[in-house]
Design a protein around this ligand. Structure first.
Ligand SMILES: [Zn+2]
Length: 407
């Protein structure tokens, strides 16, 4: 199939004008400016559109969209946690599936084609036969009470995935956070992620209360966690990263959601583990966190991506990564539009182990692209697209047009 548009942004600084993409099944075969149709080849024309790689949201909870506007923002994280725990009984598989459907549609219309989504209830996925976007289902585990059966759950999820081969679905693994998952559970999940080559992600260093708890100090977590709860590893750690290092819980390539709290002494371990950090600006604002130490991570060459987190803890119901990029650049004005673009394309693609398939529109990449109608096309469309509030006009995932705004 040959797709023709006004322009195709293969990667920042590499634009084909006019642009054509040749795809076979879900893979881009060729990209260029003078590709001619083969005899009998199907042609899709998108006059006036600029095609770009679809964006990647590296931290979301697709199943929680129904909690948008339900919880009260505030600085105290355990109080928020207490609120969400109270909402869990109402999150039936049907409610979660409806949230997943709505969230993936919203994300697509705003240019995101891939989402790493934390999934705390595998039953929510039963009966789900498709999503509009590509999803990495990160199976979440905790062992506050009984140890979970990680391997059997993973095997069931792998079998479920193989029964849905038409979907652009993948798996990942996620111990929830240091205060709900023990070092043993972390290490078990880290081992499985290495064995099955699955992305590993976890919530780490999200709040000062977490740092206090891991250091053995009093924190309001004590009011939320079960009364009989006791962990020997909650002592002496200077930070959540220090706790991770002491307990050797992170596999190489771990994707760390938040990292709002860390110290310069944590940087060597993060580097050694080749960790990627996911910063969620609208969630950061929602909780009123202290400024995110982006420059320190950047100076130490620790990759940082952008995510939305869930609408239960941010105002970003539409999972629009442009809103995250705008807020992020407001706080870090020296960050260029191209740098922000990399944080939602090539950097998260690499973190997912899909650097060759995602984040660019090169020959050999997955055919995940987005068509934008720009009022006044300029040589470099990236700043314009990131500033725009308009919906994407066309979105394609795995070679299939999954959303088209115009009829
Ligand atoms: Zn989260």
């Amino acid at each position: 199939m040959l797709i023709r548009a006004d322009a195709i942004l293969e990667a920042p600084g590499k634009i084909h004008r006019p642009g054509q993409l040749r795809i076979r099944a879900d893979i881009i075969q060729e990209v260029g400016s003078d590709l001619k149709p083969f005899v009998g080849e199907e042609i899709l024309d998108f006059p006036g559109l600029t095609l770009t790689p679809g964006w990647i949201n590296l931290h979301a909870h697709l199943e929680l969209a129904s909690l948008h506007g339900v919880l009260t923002p505030g600085k105290d994280f355990p109080i928020w946690l207490k609120q969400i725990l109270g909402c869990l009984p109402g999150l039936t598989p049907e409610v979660r599936r409806e949230s997943i459907f709505r969230s993936t549609q919203n994300a697509l219309r705003n240019g995101t084609t891939s989402i790493l989504s934390i999934t705390s209830d595998i039953q929510a996925m039963a009966g789900l036969t498709s999503t509009a976007s590509r999803v990495w289902w990160a199976l979440e585990f905790m062992d506050l009470q009984n140890p979970p059966e990680v391997s059997p759950v993973l095997e069931r999820a792998m079998a479920w995935l193989s029964r849905n081969p038409a979907n652009a679905w993948h798996l990942a693994l996620s111990p929830h956070a240091p205060y709900t998952a023990s070092p043993q559970l972390y290490r078990e999940i880290a081992g499985l992620s290495l064995r099955h080559k699955l992305p590993f992600t976890t919530h780490l260093a999200e709040s000062p209360e977490e740092t206090a708890m891991l250091g053995g100090k009093k924190s309001s977590f004590q009011d939320v966690l079960p009364k009989e709860f006791h962990r020997n590893d909650f002592q002496n750690s200077q930070s959540a990263v220090d706790w991770s290092n002491r307990n050797q819980v992170l596999p190489s390539g771990a994707i760390l959601a938040h990292l709002n709290e860390f110290q310069p002494s944590d940087l060597p371990y993060l580097k050694e583990r080749e960790a990627t950090v996911v910063h969620c600006p609208t969630c950061h604002e929602w909780f009123g966190r202290k400024p995110f130490s982006f420059d320190l991570l950047k100076e130490n060459k620790i990759p940082v991506c952008l995510g939305t987190d869930s609408p239960a803890s941010s105002g970003n119901l539409s999972l629009d990564l442009r809103a995250e990029a705008r807020l992020f650049r407001e706080w870090h004005p020296h960050v260029s539009a191209h740098e922000a673009w990399e944080m939602i394309t090539t950097t998260p693609a690499h973190a997912l182990g899909s650097g060759l398939q995602l984040g660019t529109l090169k020959s050999g990449s997955w055919a995940d692209w987005v068509g934008w109608r720009l009022p006044e096309p300029r040589e470099d469309p990236i700043p314009q697209i990131l500033e725009s509030h308009d919906l994407a006009e066309v979105t394609c995932v795995a070679g299939k047009v999954v959303h088209h705004e115009q009829i």
